[in-house]
Design a protein around this ligand. Sequence first.
Ligand code: ATP
Ligand code: MG
Length: 398
Amino acid sequence: MKNYDTDDMNLYLIRLGEISLKGLNRNFFEKKLKNNIKLKIHPHRSLLTREKGRFYLYVAKDCPEETVVKTLKTTFGVVGFSRALVCSKDWNEMVANAKALIEKEPFSDGCGTFKVECRRADKEFFMNSYQIESELGGVVLDRYPDMKVKVKNPEKELRVEVREKVYMYTSPVAGPGGLPVGTAGKGLLLLSGGIDSPVAGWRMAKRGLKQDCLYFHAYPYTSDMALQKVKDLAQIIAPYNQGTNLIVVNFTECELWIKDHSKEEEHTLMMRACMMKVANMIAKKRECRVLVTGEALGQVASQTLESMCFTNSMSEIPVLRPLVAMDKEEIISTARQIGTYETSILPFDDCCVIFSPKHPLVRPEVEQEKKSFSDMEIDDILQKCVDEAEEFEISYHV
Ligand code: ATP
Ligand code: MG
């Protein structure tokens, strides 16, 4: 750190978790994470170094703390983070920093249990860990007489590390965990306005998959409000995904063709087949290696095992379904946590419900449906969907 001038910068400690166990690939994961954080904090100046399994993030003081906190809470690979204060090994400065830190969260409410925990890498320092802990514990108790010391599982911690300098920080705030976005390559998320697909995209981003988003719009049968809702959902998940591109395909002609050229009970399956075909073409153009959907086994007729086997047969690239084994309640709970739920439940129709048959086939036979699909002779329309697709860039800024 000595080579950098960090006096005009705030310091945050970042815990890394899984990626620090990556052996020979560790550099690749860490580089990606550093880059992802720096991009989001830009245009504010930042500097990241790695020491002892963590990142030290320095951010120029002109960057609001809120921006840093939001960035770290939406960047996969960050397991936890804390604001830290650094000083030389001078006892008076150490006390001053402890006093400053306990004026902030989580200490600022002045109640509950706490402990001070000290690690003293520099064994020459004139106080031992125990002495530092009890002296600074006294500082906390002087300021907040209602607080109680608790050594096992306290609600709050003030941590002190005496190394080449003295680092002081409070209990970490949880980050989202996972792997840095981009480390797993790129996929194409089929994003509808529903509850499931934004959660599916979020889950795959958590495993490092960067995604473009694809939305099938059936204007004028589905409204501009429905499109706006999908844009809003893409914007909510974009910071987690380091930004995204939303591709909007007008699906109306395709749906009308399906309606006129297939049996009513097959409409939903034919529509899903068309979605797969178009998604494959777009994925190929954009170098996405997999598709991602929000399907869950048994959720609706088009998500039975037989229906999914048919949909799979229409895709040349793998279809990842991260929610396949999740209950709706579990999906909703994640949607609430990531902030998509309130937008997802806004009542604008999705294209799927507009032409949906009263009694869709639930257990289709793959070969028979493949034949129904080719009998429709819909390829030209699908190509047109791809050629006329619109694209919107969605920023990763939080
Ligand atoms: P969701 O809540 O994600 O809309 P759903 O339970 O409504 O899911 P379906 O409508 O059968 O289920 O869709 C299953 C999956 O197909 C969705 O999760 C999504 O990945 C994709 N999908 C459905 N409709 C669209 C659309 N209009 N545009 C893009 N993808 C879609
Ligand atoms: Mg849907």
